[in-house]
Design a protein around this ligand. Structure first.
Ligand code: CDP
Ligand code: CDP
Length: 230
């Protein structure tokens, strides 16, 4: 059976990565978490004093040349995880501190140029499920299945708040909601490849939809495309 590419874009905490992983596992495809790559660059900036209230753009652009952002396989979980200069930083990139700056970092054209190039290389062979903000519009415009996921900000913040509490972060629901809204705003209004629904994407509002229902629905879209291609 021929392989297809699946692009999943949408707002923060809509379940993009959960769905992308489920699809990749069920189809035997590779999952690529493009957001983790932007988070790794933001983590680099935080660790190297390139953020002091706001991002030192010139310093970060200069540092990009020698920065290595890649994925490595975790042999225990069988999952691919993000590496920054060879170090596995899958856990460190998920903090609220990284979330606070990642959208500023992701709005820098030079950062996007570097990461989009890597993402296109990873997506070239088909058989990939990639999630992010500009996958269907910019990174994999030729993807056979494109989804645009959204849900009410309060629902999304509640989901993310629960995750952060489970990780032991000292945070309030209001802070998480503020971060979700802030990132939605920056991601949707930046000059370079803003978050927007691709014309040929299927929009999925999962405010009242569970993970199982969401997966089954999308898996049936994928089956339809795969069966038509046989
Ligand atoms: O928190 P969530 O899982 O929704 O976000 P993420 O996928 O980890 O992405 C973190 C941030 O990276 C987003 O808020 C965007 O600012 C940026 N991003 C982007 O600009 N383009 C992408 N393709 C993926 C992420
Ligand atoms: O990748 P993205 O930020 O879009 O979302 P995620 O990390 O896949 O999901 C964020 C949280 O929302 C996870 O804890 C999911 O289990 C949860 N979620 C949910 O409960 N119901 C949905 N329909 C979608 C996500």
């Amino acid at each position: 059976m021929r392989k297809i590419s699946i692009a999943i874009d949408g707002h923060s905490s809509t379940g993009k990565s959960t769905l992308a992983r489920q699809l990749a596992e069920s189809l035997g495809y590779v999952y690529i978490d493009s957001g983790a790559m932007y988070r790794a660059v933001a983590l680099f900036a935080l660790r190297n004093d390139l953020i002091d209230g706001s991002v030192n753009e010139a310093g970060l652009i200069e540092a990009l040349r020698d920065m290595d952002v890649s994925f490595g396989l975790n042999s225990q979980t069988g999952r691919t995880e993000i590496h920054l200069n060879g170090e596995n930083v899958e856990q460190e990139i998920r903090t609220i501190e990284v979330s606070s700056y990642v959208s500023e970092v992701a709005a820098i054209p030079e950062v996007r140029e570097k990461l989009v190039k890597l993402q296109r290389e990873m997506g070239r062979q088909k058989g990939v499920v990639m999630d992010g903000r500009d996958i269907g519009t910019v990174v994999l415009p030729e993807a056979e299945l494109k989804l645009f996921m959204t849900a009410a900000p309060e629902t999304r913040a509640a989901r993310r708040y629960k995750e952060l509490l489970d990780r032991g972060e000292d945070i309030t629901y209001e802070e998480v909601l503020k971060n979700v809204r802030h990132r939605d705003h920056l991601d949707s209004n930046r000059a370079v490849s803003p978050l927007k629904q691709a014309e040929d994407a299927i929009c999925l509002d999962n405010s009242d939809m569970g993970l199982k229902e969401q997966f089954e629905r999308v898996r049936s879209f994928a089956n339809r495309i795969l069966n038509a291609k046989k």
